[in-house]
Design a protein around this ligand. Sequence first.
Ligand SMILES: [Ca+2]
Length: 496
Amino acid sequence: MSSAPAKRPHVLFITVDQWPGHLFGFAGNPFIETPTIDNLARSGVSFPNTWSPCPICIPARRTIMTGSTSRKHGDRIFQPALPMPDMPTLAGVFTRAGYQTSATGKLHVYPTRDRIGFEEAFIAEEGRSHLGGVDDYEIFLAENGCAGQQFMHGMSNNEYSWRTWHLDEKLHMTNWITQTAAKNIRRRDPGRPGFWYVSYTQPHPPIVPLSAYFDRYRQRNIDGPRQSEWSQAKDLPYALAINQHLKPPLPPEQYNDMRRAFYAQCTHIDHQIRLLIGSLREEGILDDTIIVFTSDHGDMLGDHGMYAKRYFYQGSAQVPMIVVDRANSTRIQPGSVDNRLVGLQDIMPTLLTLCDIDVPESCDGLPVIGEQQRSTFYGESLEGPLASRMLTDGRYKLLWYPAGNHFQLFDLLNDPGEQHDLYPQKALQEVSTRLQEALLHELYGSDLAWIKNGEFVGCEAPEFVTPVNRGLSGQRGIHFPPLATSSDPGQVVGFG
Ligand SMILES: [Ca+2]
């Protein structure tokens, strides 16, 4: 039997949920503390032009785990009861290559206990137990005398109210994910390379930071949301108007505290990552471990009057991407910044290439350490009147809202915060036309009804009716006794 697999590098792949790419020290934000992740960036290469090709939880995670985009993996909406496509998965390919593979935290797949190729999965699925399958974090809470108390803080899974964590620090989901993953590193089989997927459920709401981390930010100045003229226009695209009305603006003091609480969750995760690195170091394998850090999508956090994700503005769709190679490798220059266009579909081919494993043909992504680069990047979100599409060449970004056939154009070099919509400017018509032509080539399926004779015609926007949010955006209740599995597992209990 070959001993070659044991010489392969280990992999620590860390994913966070809903953490925008611009909210890091290494990305230039002076308000947030992310010393550990900044150190990862200094130890490897970061990619500031990384986009979530469909900035919604389930589609983004299907992209990460298949190395392909919505067109191939089959979801650009958010389909909670859609099984994984019949394609090789990141985990499955590593397992077949001889790796010991484990996932800890959020997978967000259906059926819930589908291991999607991992040998082991320890899951924390944010209280979606109506979908069936036990949740390891909920078992942990019960074993520690807190059965069903995960959501007793009262905060919603998709709102921007906040309070500090209501149970002991050691019971916080971020701590549980770290401890479980660190244990998996310690209990590894020393004869095989390890692949540890660590998937934090935060900083996604419910915003429930530990009080120690909120206190850290309590007295600090904090940055505010991006403002723009275009987002206050009366003819705002339907998809944007709905968001602005669903989550009305917070008064400044409340907004600032919410943002501090969000940052507190981020710094908490950053510090917990130190334990993963420490565990690898004490096992004597840190220098032989490739580390990748990313997020499934970001959060608007009030930018342009909007919250959460689904959109292709920077806060929602631009994600962090850091790749740290083995120590002393010459493939990556520590501390380098690579401005190529990158997407979440590139993670699978990148990790496989770094570990000298063949990339399946089903992967659409490109290894980010290779010579081959894309000239444009396409993104898609939702279908019907809430849909939006994006096409960027890295310098300019074109957005299309089919409902109302509304376009926007931003100059990412001079206006990374996208505060000035340049689409109406005649001087840039050539740029818009070029990006529109590239966008036409990307469209498929139901989108083709929005094209006539090669021209964008879109569809009529529905009459705007102020949305009513009776369910508090996916508010959870008391989870003991355990919830019964719903007869309709597709029932949405809040976008993730
Ligand atoms: Ca998500």
